[in-house]
Ligand binder design. Structure first.
Ligand SMILES: *[C@@H]1O[C@H](CO)[C@@H](O)[C@H](O)[C@H]1NC(C)=O
Ligand SMILES: *[C@@H]1O[C@H](CO)[C@@H](O)[C@H](O)[C@H]1NC(C)=O
Ligand SMILES: *[C@@H]1O[C@H](CO)[C@@H](O)[C@H](O)[C@H]1NC(C)=O
Ligand SMILES: *[C@@H]1O[C@H](CO)[C@@H](O)[C@H](O)[C@H]1NC(C)=O
Ligand SMILES: *[C@@H]1O[C@H](CO)[C@@H](O)[C@H](O)[C@H]1NC(C)=O
Length: 616
């Protein structure tokens, strides 16, 4: 028996030497003291129906991945300030527990800024209305809101850290901050907030360039890169010198392909059918593994920008992201594996040993749904909520609204002619009506938006129906992502005063049953409804032949936007949102032409570009 004192000192010694569950040295990550190679892939819970999480995670494991990287969308968790929603697809804790059950570890990427082609890079729209707010900087209101979000998220998931037996290995601070700025005080404050909330190892992820790495790195967080691994790893080791930011190399976003944007001049971006491109991916990943590196494939599975969750880029004009976030990923939008998946499974298997990877899963066939006839059910303008009346128009956020459409109505008091300016610039797509008849479309998606000239008489009703096409998620424009109207509306340079404003967030269609009357679909936006049965419940892609632009709901779920311009021509409808009989479908046709009438479900996706009927 050991003397008591000796036992005590032995215990203290053991505690001091206790192995951190997840750590690293200069060469490798260490999980429970053993070298650990991160063979990762990105998959964001909030883009996948929670009913399908287990399936998608099992398929990740069956491709040979050992770690899932996940962005968290703050705007979905806190849709209005202080009101939290961790239910359904926002149940992040459940998603991570499911990942662990499937044999996967997790890397948490909570932002608060995440980019991710998501609405405003994850920021909730209400931030715009907080006095003094400037996002992505050490601004008191922004740091306070960020801390409250990180702390609330940690309440739900901090006990899932690897230190407590959970799957979360480490946490990313900010996202590619060095592509945006160089305010180290900001990143340091954020690092401390995240450190305190999660008590887990931290890392930053930046592009593989000098300015990006210098701007984004912060002592106490491992500095990692994304993009081309050969460029990134070299740059990291050259431009990061603080020992506390050095360690094993991780390509935190290895891009298999790239995203899709509405009104693009290319069709769907994918390597499917392109053997050479797939071989390049295989050789890049093999190179990483041979060089003792780790990676996360962006995206392993992209999923869907349900409802109005897509973000947008801004080049010379607004470039909104499509409803589909397929991203040319190994696991496609419907959760089916493709030849990229098989090729990467092979590459990973060669490295980890094929027998260590679980078998691939059986996949149910997609279903077809024969033509569903839809009937016009209601004019949108007949189902307006109570308006807010003000002398000058206010932006969408000031009306308490985040996404969807807002109708701005003005009654002409004296004759006025000239060009219409809907505020400082169109935010984003402005459908113009005079006395209920369409008078033009002004849209920031066009490099040079249309000019709409009006000749208005006393008592004419001018309606501006403005759609938020997705807040910009990347670049300097994120500082101001207010939507609707900012500034004055002028016609021929004359300010129009006195407005009625109708928020139309359209999470659900405002009509509840099909028993409505419709006076005309020739000009204004209209709802069309129908019901359908299926022989077998399963996944399908909805096709809307002849429809121009709008939104689709099935059984109350907003499946997202459709737009004839493409490249997306079908909407993913997962079987988990269907039942055998009495399925309800509602379509809001924003620009009905008279050709609308039917929708059908098909088993393959259509991609393609069409001329925009409203283009300048
Ligand atoms: C890790 O690398 C850094 C920078 O090259 C060096 O200063 C440090 O001594 C190394 N640490 C170990 C444990 O080898
Ligand atoms: C698409 O547009 C971009 C930017 O304007 C241009 O560089 C590119 O050549 C175009 N591609 C095609 C296929 O037209
Ligand atoms: C990879 O790590 C092993 C073990 O630490 C080491 O022997 C080898 O030299 C490393 N290879 C490269 C390319 O760095
Ligand atoms: C506006 O234009 C119409 C014809 O386009 C013309 O009849 C009218 O006099 C003009 N009104 C004003 C106020 O200029
Ligand atoms: C809008 O018009 C009003 C009235 O002419 C003017 O006082 C105000 O400064 C204008 N606002 C902007 C942002 O131009």
């Amino acid at each position: 028996m050991l003397p008591k004192l000796l036992l005590l000192s032995f215990t203290i010694l053991r505690a001091a030497q206790a192995i951190a569950p997840f750590s690293w040295n200069n060469e490798t990550f260490l999980l429970h003291g053993e070298p650990y190679r991160i063979i990762g892939g990105q998959m964001d819970p909030q883009r996948i129906p929670n009913e399908l999480w287990a399936d998608r995670l099992a398929k990740a494991r069956a491709m040979g991945l050992n770690t899932i990287f996940s962005y968290i969308f703050w705007d979905q968790l806190e849709p209005t300030q202080g009101a939290w929603d961790f239910s359904g697809n926002n149940d992040i804790a459940k998603y991570f527990r499911t990942a662990q059950e499937q044999g996967l570890n997790v890397v948490l990427r909570p932002g608060p800024y995440i980019c991710g082609e998501h609405e405003w890079g994850g920021f909730p729209a209400w931030l715009s209305e907080v006095p003094g707010m400037v996002v992505r900087t050490d601004n008191e209101p922004f740091m306070a809101a960020s801390k409250s979000y990180i702390d609330r998220l940690a309440e739900d998931i901090a006990d899932l850290g690897v230190t407590k037996g959970g799957p979360i290995l480490m946490v990313q601070v900010e996202n590619e901050y060095g592509s945006y700025g160089s305010n180290h005080k900001y990143v340091a404050e954020l690092r401390d907030i995240i450190k305190e909330a999660f008590e887990l190892p931290l890392y930053t992820n930046d592009g593989g360039e000098k300015s990006m790495l210098e701007g984004g790195q912060i002592p106490g967080a491992l500095a990692e890169t994304d993009g081309d691994p050969q460029v990134g790893f070299k740059a990291r080791n050259k431009y990061v010198t603080n020992p506390s930011s050095l360690g094993p190399e991780l390509d935190g976003e290895y891009y298999v392909t790239w995203l899709d944007q509405w009104a693009s001049n290319y069709t769907h971006q994918t390597d499917v059918g392109n053997i050479q491109a797939i071989q390049k991916v295989q050789s890049d990943l093999t190179w990483i593994l041979k060089n003792n590196g780790s990676f996360s494939i962006y995206m392993f599975h992209g999923g869907t920008n349900w409802g109005f969750q897509n973000g947008a880029d801004w080049g010379a004009n607004l470039e909104p992201i499509t409803t589909s976030y397929d991203y040319g990923a190994p696991l496609d939008e419907s959760g089916r594996t493709n030849e990229i998946y098989n090729a990467l499974r092979e590459t990973i298997g060669n490295y980890v040993g094929k027998d260590t990877i679980p078998d691939t899963l059986k996949e149910e066939p997609l279903i077809t749904i024969p033509e569903i006839q839809l009937k016009p059910a209601a004019n949108l303008f007949d189902y307006l909520p109570k308006p807010v009346t003000k002398k000058s128009p206010v932006n969408m956020e000031a009306l308490g609204q985040s996404t969807g459409l807002t109708l701005y109505r003005h009654v002409i008091t004296s004759p006025i002619n000239g060009t219409l300016a809907p505020g400082d610039y169109p935010r984003d797509r402005v459908l113009v009506y005079v006395n209920g008849k369409r008078a033009g479309v002004i849209d920031s998606t066009y490099e040079v938006p249309n000019t709409v000239r009006l000749a208005l008489k006393k008592n004419d009703v001018l309606d501006l129906l403005i759609e938020n096409l997705g807040r910009v998620n990347y670049g300097p424009r994120i500082v101001d992502q207010r939507k609707g109207i900012v500034g004055n509306v002028t016609v021929g340079g004359n300010v129009l005063s006195n407005w009625q404003m109708y928020p139309l967030p359209l999470d659900a269609p405002p009509i509840s049953s099909a028993k409505h009357s419709v006076h005309s679909t020739s000009s204004g936006p209209a709802f069309f409804t129908g019901t359908f049965d299926v022989d077998t419940v399963g996944d399908t892609y909805l096709e809307l032949p002849g429809w121009t632009k709008g939104v689709v709901w099935v059984n109350g779920v907003n499946l997202g936007r459709y737009w004839i311009v493409g490249p997306q021509q079908t909407l993913y409808l997962p079987g988990c949102y269907l039942q055998k009989s009495g399925n309800k479908i509602t379509v809001l046709a924003l620009e009905p032409t008279g050709d609308e009438g039917s929708v059908r479900g098909i088993t393959t996706r259509n991609w393609g570009n069409n001329p925009d009927p409203d283009a300048p």
